[in-house]
Design a protein around this ligand. Structure first.
Ligand code: SAH
Ligand code: AVI
Length: 320
């Protein structure tokens, strides 16, 4: 029997076809990043995280391996709530550390992707009878307040530099929501990719085996299925370029030819060379991320880095 998944979104899809239609007609066309993650997208992200070029996952893992005792000792958490958990492979390090000292521990995996939730369960199900695993399907932007509160000390986890996929306004709104939800005894552990040599960053989003390319193009299959559209993924080229002014990777799908997409009784024209934005992935300095913490009502307890300072984990408390 599959482990039960609690669905907390009220609507099947929070984006109407009309809203998607408007996004595709704007001067800068875009598709919301969350559509990268259907079953195949979640699997492809796992594959990306194992590529030689994608340093983020293995660097974060290294920092966790080194500092799990310190993180769990400071947070004293009886519950871990992970937002956008993916496969929970790295989180396992913290769970194993916590279980060394605790008689029971709850882990809540929260993700928009059923595939990610199932991967997470498979990763953790045999660890220990002391571990209670809960799977929650929802949108971390829209559904956070619907996540059940607990009297137990909770460690919120937002790993993988997923915060980098938000613009500044959304990042502050999202972190403010978490900060408001946090009790005095709660902590947030946030994983952040740092500004570094741009060639290293660009390579991470242009792997030689073309997995990121597949991941990017798959977003068109996802919205074709979701909204019954006729995008042809092969008519688009994967682009991931580094915007040095904004310190962010911008991932686009660039049309190879003129195309018409039927939608809401009209045909949207996409001209050869048009670029559809599918994701931004921001890279931060300590100064920049600290500014965001201040604006979001978060206080830094401790930070953990790798030796090259490619990546940081920040352990935070709410300032309330
Ligand atoms: N935290 C994991 C996975 C990062 S990939 C890691 O560090 O490896 C981003 C994860 O966030 C995916 O599992 C994706 O399904 C999830 N996700 C993306 N947008 C989401 C949203 N709006 N709400 C909830 N989960 C989301
Ligand atoms: C989940 N997120 C932080 C990844 C990133 O690096 O922005 C998603 C990703 N996009 C392309 N490769 C990986």
């Amino acid at each position: 029997m599959p482990h039960p998944i609690k669905e907390i979104s009220e609507t099947e899809n929070s984006l109407s076809l009309k809203e998607l239609n408007l996004m595709l007609k704007k001067k800068q066309k875009s598709i919301p990043t969350k559509f990268l993650y259907d079953d195949l997208g979640s699997k492809l992200f796992e594959d990306i995280s194992n590529t030689q070029e994608y340093y983020l996952t293995r660097t974060e893992k290294k920092i966790l391996n080194k500092n799990a005792p310190s993180i769990m000792n400071i947070s004293r958490a009886k519950e871990l709530l992970e937002l956008g958990s993916g496969s929970s492979k790295k989180t396992k390090i913290l769970i194993l550390q916590a279980l060394k000292e605790k008689n029971n521990l709850t882990y809540v995996s929260f993700d928009i992707s059923t595939k990610a939730l199932n991967m997470s369960y498979d990763e953790l199900k045999n660890i220990s009878p002391k571990l209670d695993i809960k799977l929650v399907k929802g949108d971390f932007i829209n559904d956070l307040e619907k996540v059940e509160n607990t009297i137990n000390s909770r460690l919120y986890l937002f790993l993988g530099s997923t915060l980098g996929n938000f613009n500044n306004e959304t990042a502050i709104k999202f972190l403010t929501n978490i900060s408001k939800k946090m009790k005095k005894i709660d902590f947030l552990l946030l994983g952040i990719d740092k500004v570094k040599n741009k060639e290293i960053i660009k390579a991470a989003y242009n792997d030689k085996d073309g997995i990121t390319e597949k991941f990017n193009k798959n977003i068109l299959n996802v919205i074709n299925n979701e909204y019954n559209l006729n995008f042809q993924p092969n008519n688009f080229q994967h682009i991931a370029e580094y915007n040095e002014d904004k310190n962010q990777i911008e991932m686009y799908l660039k049309a190879n030819s003129d195309q018409k997409i039927s939608m809401l009784n009209e045909e949207i024209e996409i001209n050869s060379g048009d670029k559809i934005l599918t994701e931004i992935s921001r890279k931060f300095s300590d100064l920049g991320i600290n500014e965001i913490f201040k604006k979001s009502g978060l206080l830094l307890e401790k930070s953990f880095n790798d030796e090259k300072n490619y990546y940081s984990l920040y352990l935070l408390k709410s300032n309330k």
